[in-house]
Ligand binder design. Sequence first.
Ligand code: PLP
Length: 390
Amino acid sequence: MSPPAIPLMRSTFFDETRTREALATFVRNAPRLSMGEQCAAFEKSFAAFQGRSHAILVNNGSAANIGLIQALLNLGRLRRGDRVGVSAVTWATNVMPLIQLGLQPVAIDCSVDHLNMTSSALYEHIGSIKALFITNALGLCGDIPAIAELCRTHDILLLEDNCESLGTRIGGTLLGNFGVASTFSFFVGHHLSTIEGGMICTDDPELAAMVTTVRAHGWDRNLPAKRQIALRKEHGIDEFHARYTFYDLAYNIRPTEITGFLGNTQLPLLDATIEKRERNFRRFREAMTTLPDRYHPLNCGHIERVSGFAMPLVARTANILRETMERFTREGVEIRPMIAGDITLHPFWKKYGLPEAVCPGARTIHECGMYAPNNPDLTDDEVSLICSLL
Ligand SMILES: Cc1ncc(COP(=O)(O)O)c(C=O)c1O
């Protein structure tokens, strides 16, 4: 089969040739390649970009999710058996860490107009969930300020899986800054690529320290000196044994210096690529708006800056979706399902005995949704072609 004329991604990086050359030079000359200065520098500049006090770099977005949940369990802010709300339209490794770590995911419906959860859907679950691990899907969101307010007033721990929405801004606030902590993915094709990579952001120093412990074996090696001293004193650990003393449940989800180097190279290019993708997305959305009988209009008027990596659509019927898919495929435009669609319809949901959930919005998105490419290498003509296929 020949490769699609318009693939989801054309390159691994922005400024591909120069980045690959710089990477080759870096690998040839770097004194070390395991986690070090490059990772620390990327964490610092990413925290500044995001406007958070702490950013902890890990080896992918899925690891960011499981690392964050493990850290909250270690701190006792979540307990085994707790019910945790998740967006019904999400990604597998948003939900799986909850199952793996003994929590109970509760699927909350998403609106067809926003492709995301809204406060009215959350409202029905108040009183029955301890935390909400919301997914900000496809650079979009529902009324997340209202969701955050509901969580605050009802003592629900709000966490954001922002792996698909780095850079989206609503009401002056970046997505990823509404909850206690948020996670990011730097996989190829996302907003910023380090090939594989992920980040956990928070303003909470205690949580940041626990995430740092969880990232590497449960030891204290990467903690600030003050915390190291306090921990060693509390447990009566001498300096020699401190090298290999393990304080809490953990993984090895460390990045390498290659991840850090690529992050440092790509971050300065991020705003320009977001702008380009947003322009493409707005053209696509406008084209869709002229066809309300065929596609659900996408409600994103409340979002100041949409930072996505796809052109999502929900057709009015499964037949219209099929016709649309055929046209895109015929013209060589790569298409994908709307991420995991309704997560409760996946085999793992049944296998692990999770309760069936009534999520009509997510079901429609599952049955009638798809997305087309919105990569920063798209030409204006290619965007016109994609719009003309609607
Ligand atoms: C919402 C969401 N969460 C988590 C992930 C996992 O990120 P990664 O592929 O870096 O493991 C993805 C991946 O695309 C995602 O879309």
